[in-house]
Write a protein that binds this ligand. Structure first.
Ligand SMILES: [Zn+2]
Length: 243
């Protein structure tokens, strides 16, 4: 079910049986010269809708939070960046509002790396109010699986480009896709550094993307997220640690 599609009457009727909400988060920022500015919003939206299709009675998909924190690419035309604090507080209060209507588990389907620090703090605020939050970053959480499909990963790189091609092929301009031959050795933050790390607003190799790879990645990630939901619902949230 989709939060926004329900009437208040149906919401009240359905809610006693639904305790898990998917909250997509992303950003609007440059993705190479070839992928759309909303790439980080379209990916979570697709993942959420495929998960909803598997569990329509048990999952509620919330409206996405499409504005994120995009310091790294704020200089590129079309990027919309909000401060991390504003994003953090917005996510936290949206989550608190969801708890009020009986949601227990808030599964964040995040599409943007720049959001991750703020999401972690927002999740803590929601947890303090009694919620349980799972933050998912598809390209990191399922990196091992994704690398069975692609040679590499990156911002507007092979994996992101592939998924975009699978979802909206006509919005991708593959003749403008490029490879960034450099990647950072350390977690350095300064403006000249980000211009090299994100030369042409790319990390990795956007040229290697295909829609066929994108569909395979989507299936692997949806399977992984579906397994996560199963574990969440059965309480299997731990695994044996290596000594
Ligand atoms: Zn992205």
């Amino acid at each position: 079910m989709y939060w926004e599609q329900l009437t208040t009457r149906r919401f009240a009727e359905e809610m006693p049986a639904v305790h898990t909400v998917l909250l997509p988060t992303g950003t609007v920022e440059a993705h190479g010269l070839h992928c759309p500015l909303g790439t980080d919003n379209y990916h979570p939206a697709a993942l959420a809708s495929r998960l909803e299709a598997r569990h329509p009675e048990r999952l509620l998909v919330a409206p996405a939070i499409p504005y994120g924190h995009s310091w790294e690419l704020e200089e590129w035309p079309g990027t919309l960046s909000i401060p991390a604090e504003a994003f953090q507080q917005y996510v936290a209060v949206v989550g608190l509002s969801m708890l009020r209507w009986g949601m227990r588990d808030i599964v964040i389907i995040n599409g943007h790396g720049g959001n991750t620090g703020a999401l972690s703090h927002a999740a803590e605020a929601i947890a303090d109010a009694g919620g349980r939050v799972v933050i998912t970053n598809w390209w990191l959480d399922f990196s091992q699986e994704i690398r069975t499909v692609t040679g590499g990963q990156g911002h507007a790189g092979e994996d992101e480009t592939s998924v975009m091609l699978a979802l909206h092929p006509t919005w991708v301009e593959m003749d403008h896709a490029v490879f960034n031959p450099k990647r950072p050795k350390y977690r350095v933050k300064d403006r000249p550094h980000r211009q090299v790390t994100l030369r042409n607003a790319v990390t990795g190799d956007g040229r290697a993307g295909t829609s066929e790879k994108g569909e395979r990645i989507l299936n692997l990630v949806v399977d992984g997220l579906d397994a996560l939901l199963g574990d969440l619902w059965s309480g299997e949230l731990f695994e044996p640690a290596a000594p």
